[in-house]
Write a protein of this length. Sequence first.
Length: 125
Amino acid sequence: MDELKKDIRPLCDEHLEEQMDPVGIRFGESDPLLSGSWDAFKCPRAGCSRIFDSGGYRTLHNGSIDSASESHNFVGCEDGAMFIERVDEDRLIWRCSKNGCEQSRTTDRVSRTSVDGCLRPVGAL
């Protein structure tokens, strides 16, 4: 199955109102054997470093993924990471980002994924 759908516009998981822009993130430019890029979406809000890619929502820091578990927000299905498609009052509507999968999920607006991968209220992290 191919990676990310090309026609999606995830909402930023921090602001819940900004649609993220598609970007190609480059890595390893100093070594041609280890260089490359991957598809992602980045929040357009000035100062926001949130991205969404096949690993879920993460923070990009100085061109690298922030490995701190608090910066990772992953909701998924058996095919891969889900993105926030829209906000419906106090609920988040998530949809799978992988081509060929149309699964969706609904969570409370105040939920974020904890270190163990379970959704928890923000204050419980």
